[in-house]
Design a protein. Sequence first.
Length: 112
Amino acid sequence: MTRENSAPTRRASLELLRAEAADELSVLVEERLRAGEDPWEFMEDLPTVDELVVLMLRAENILTTGLPSTGIRHYRVLRQIALDYPPLTRAVWRLLGSSRHRTWDSLLPDVP
């Protein structure tokens, strides 16, 4: 198997991914605060740093492989993230069990 055909390699260390996610979350919080939103109302709706890392890795994998997006595909991608980054395992399983973060799952009703 050639290097191009093998599974995607990790793009960065977990520490760097967490730092990027923390920066992204701080920008989201600042934007919502500037828009006049009450932090007591929106903070619990935001993903944790690890959940955001998982979502970023999932999106990157889906985009780079070019395979069709299905519920099974997303599940497999998330499981692979948990295998590649063991410290993110809890976040992966939280996302798989949380309907508000499972926006890719067409079987779930729209969550307000």
